[in-house]
Each structure stands twice: as structure tokens, then as C-alpha cells.
Design a protein around this ligand. Structure first.
Ligand SMILES: [Zn+2]
Length: 220
């Protein structure tokens, strides 16, 4: 890992953090993002700094195994244990986005999983978004609950009475899943006002996901 790679990753992390903040999915400093830096380190947003003044050099490099700060002038996000637990349990995950977005949080408070109502959620997540049991923010227990509920297949997990976690093969993918889950949650709640929402069947979700993976976009 050279300095250019570090700077590039710091800038990508800043860009995605500011996007989530400006879109209202993160508010104040409630919400955090991270991504892998090589095989044995991660880079994560700092703890409790106002995001509107955030610079790429504020991002903190942490050792994946020990959780100690390798580089950076600030304390890492207080949800560091949560990020580390997910990277350790899911080797496929390269990036994590944690938001306190309103409609996803409504499901997290109701402690109800988010079912698949929109095609884009089926395409990007391939299934319902489960809820991890409540535990104190920043605690090892929360990290453990979230990693276990995320399991080996899910791309998102709600934290009871707290917010949403999404994972991905890079920051853009994890951020886009966060947006799509939030839209799906919002549409479902509005749809409830009109009557009983019609949800996609498991087989329909599978088919949408498969078509998206293998036939969508510019595939030849
Ligand atoms: Zn949080």
C-alpha cells in the first residue's frame, strides 16, 4: 500500500460520506462509513467530527485484527467494533455504510424486517433486510448481534432502535444499497396508507436478482 493508494481511498471514503450526509441519510455525525485498505487494514470515518467540514485527511486507518489506529489524527468512529466484526465474519465485504436514515429507522424501531417491495431492492440485495437485536451503540454486543444477523448472505441489516448497515464490494455499492433500502422502506410505509402492499414473492426476488447479476446493463 503506497501513499497514493491511501490518499485515493481516503478521498473515495470522503466523497461517499459527504454524499450520504447531503442526501440526509446521515445527520449530524450519526452514521459512519469504512472500507478495506489492503488485506489487513481498514479506513474509517472519525468519531464525532462535524461532517460538513470533513477533509480526506481526517479519515482514520485501523488495523483489522487488533483495532488499533495505524494512521490518523482522530479517534475512529465509535462503531469501530461493528465494522471490524463484519469484516472478520464476511471476507467478501470490502466496504460498510452505516446510516440513521428515517424510513429504515422506522422499521428498526418497529423491529420489523424490511420486505422486498421494489425491484431495485430485489436486484441489489436479493432478499429481505433483517433486524439485529438491540444492544448499546458502540458495544461489542451490538457488533456481535449485527454480524450474526447479517450472516453470510445478506447485504444489509437493521439495528433495533438505531439504524441501518449495508455492505458491498466497494463503497459505491454499499452506499447504493443503503439508498435503495431507504426508498423501499419509504414506499412501503406510504403504500400501507393506500391498503395492503403487494410484496414480491421469494421466487420473483430471486429471478430479479439473477437477471440483474447476469443480464442487466451493458453485458454482452
Ligand atoms: Zn449509529
Amino acid at each position: 500500500m503506497n501513499d497514493n493508494d491511501l490518499e485515493k481511498t481516503q478521498k473515495t471514503l470522503l466523497k461517499n460520506t459527504l454524499a450520504m450526509y447531503r442526501e440526509g441519510l446521515i445527520f449530524g455525525s450519526w452514521g459512519n462509513l469504512s472500507c478495506k485498505l489492503g488485506e489487513d487494514k481498514i479506513i474509517i470515518t472519525p468519531s464525532a467530527l462535524p461532517y460538513d467540514n470533513l477533509q480526506y485527511t481526517d479519515m482514520v486507518v485501523v488495523d483489522l485484527e487488533t483495532g488499533t489506529v495505524v494512521e490518523g489524527k482522530w479517534k475512529p468512529s465509535s462503531e469501530l467494533p461493528l465494522h471490524l466484526a463484519i469484516y472478520k465474519s464476511r471476507r467478501d465485504v470490502q466496504a460498510i455504510v452505516h446510516t440513521h436514515s428515517i424510513f429504515s429507522s422506522a422499521f428498526a424501531v418497529a423491529r420489523q424486517e424490511i420486505p422486498v417491495a421494489l425491484e431495485e431492492l430485489a436486484q441489489l440485495a436479493g432478499g429481505n433486510i433483517p433486524v439485529a437485536k438491540y444492544a448499546l451503540p458502540g458495544s461489542d454486543k451490538l457488533a456481535d448481534n449485527a454480524a450474526k444477523t447479517l450472516g453470510t448472505e445478506s447485504f444489509g441489516v437493521l439495528l433495533a432502535n438505531h439504524g441501518l448497515i449495508t455492505v458491498g464490494e466497494d463503497l459505491e455499492a454499499a452506499a447504493q444499497r443503503s439508498r435503495v433500502i431507504e426508498r423501499n422502506a419509504q414506499v412501503l410505509l406510504w403504500s400501507n396508507l393506500l391498503g395492503t402492499p403487494g410484496l414480491l414473492e421469494k421466487e420473483e426476488v430471486k429471478e430479479l436478482r439473477r437477471k440483474f447479476l447476469y443480464f442487466y446493463g451493458q453485458h454482452k
